[in-house]
Design a binder for this molecule. Structure first.
Ligand code: MRU
Length: 353
């Protein structure tokens, strides 16, 4: 079992600091939305669904600090808090989904209380927001289980499967999305071996995914990203499954940089390429992948690995954290509502309706 990623108790959110993995498990206490946003920006917590769940608790924490007052003050604080949380990272839509859902609850409360409210009503507001955050978390955990089961059914016997980045328990509040498919597939006796790409520059595959797979006793091997084509060609890989940060209405999918390249290799070798994600990952307002903002992170994360510079001083570098895989390269989307294939605007719309 993966240790808890978030623990919410008595006005404190304890966030597992994933930067310390796999060496140790330790937590950062957060009591404000700003602290949650900072932990998200700094990658102490990461993974699309998890940053959404943390944002939901961050929202509740912040409004807990609000003094009883006017509905106008509550509305202003709620809007400010949602904006602060959403500014932490731009690509994963789960963050926006959770912050907007929490904001909607706070605004409903303000609308229902036209006069200034006192401590008792404030307590009701906080408990309502905490309940909503817990619901978002429970929905994520449930979705992961369903995704795992739907995905496992797609895998062939003796499956040799590859994944990229970390779409495991560490990225969610449940068993993970892509990794959930692998562990459920293993439980069903179908997965012979899993390959995890190390995922430069942040090494989520090396630090996190293989750590999870080993704990789950899935026979697995770590490869560097540039080994993927060779391993797919020579080691019998017959499925690739990845997570998603945002899926456009037409199925174009933003996920960790390197995913697009894997999808091209998969197509060349006739290997099915699956994207496993809960339905809130679909952003119907983004018509295609072109509308998805790709986060550009610090070049320092490319040039410095574990505190050691690996390139010349003053070198120019780039760090797009995600890329977009065109829908045409994706065999199926695996969601908690079932499998969507072929991946196109009509099938996605029908499944979400
Ligand atoms: O930068 P990260 O570590 O937050 O990126 C994570 C990924 O790209 C995951 O593959 C994605 O969020 C899916 S998580 C279930």
């Amino acid at each position: 079992m993966t240790p808890p990623r978030l623990i919410y108790r008595n006005g404190t959110l304890r966030i597992m600091d994933q930067r310390l993995l796999p060496d140790r498990v330790a937590y950062i206490p957060a009591r404000t939305a700003a602290a949650v946003a900072k932990a998200t920006k700094d990658m102490a917590l990461r993974g699309a669904p998890l940053i959404g769940c943390a944002a939901a608790f961050g929202f509740a924490l912040e409004l807990r600090r609000l003094r009883p007052g006017t509905p106008a003050a509550l509305r202003a604080a709620a809007r400010r808090t949602a904006e602060l949380l959403k500014a932490a990272r731009p690509t994963a839509v789960a963050l926006f989904y959770a912050a907007d859902r929490m904001l909607a609850r706070a605004l409903e409360f303000a609308d229902a209380h036209p006069r200034p409210f006192g401590p008792a009503e404030k307590r009701r507001l906080v408990s309502l927001l905490e309940k909503e955050a817990r619901l978002i978390t429970a929905e994520d955990a449930r979705a992961c289980l369903d995704i795992g089961r739907h995905g496992a059914r797609l895998l062939p016997k003796n499956c040799v499967i590859m994944t990229h980045c970390n779409a495991g328990a560490l990225a969610t509040m449940g068993i993970g999305t892509a990794v959930g498919v692998i562990t459920e597939g293993r439980r069903a006796g179908k997965v012979k071996r899993a390959y995890a790409c190390e995922t430069r520059p942040y090494l989520q595959g090396a630090r996190l995914t293989v750590w999870e797979l080993m704990r789950e006793k899935v026979p697995s091997e770590l490869i560097t990203d540039n080994m993927a084509a060779h391993i797919i060609k020579t080691c019998g890989v017959n499925a690739i499954v990845v997570g998603a940060d945002r899926i456009a209405a037409n199925g174009d999918t933003a996920n960790k940089v390197g995913t697009y390249g894997l999808a091209i290799i998969a197509r060349h070798h006739g290997v099915p390429f699956y994207v496993a994600a809960p339905t809130p990952t679909v952003d119907m307002e983004a018509r295609s992948g072109d509308a998805i903002e790709i986060e550009e992170r610090s070049c320092g994360e490319v040039v410095v690995v574990k505190g050691r510079r690996i390139a010349p001083r003053k070198v120019r570098a780039r760090h797009p954290a995600f890329d977009v895989t065109p829908a045409g390269l994706i065999t199926a989307l695996i969601t908690e509502r079932g499998v969507i294939s072929p991946v196109n605007v009509r099938n996605i719309g029908a499944r979400l309706a």
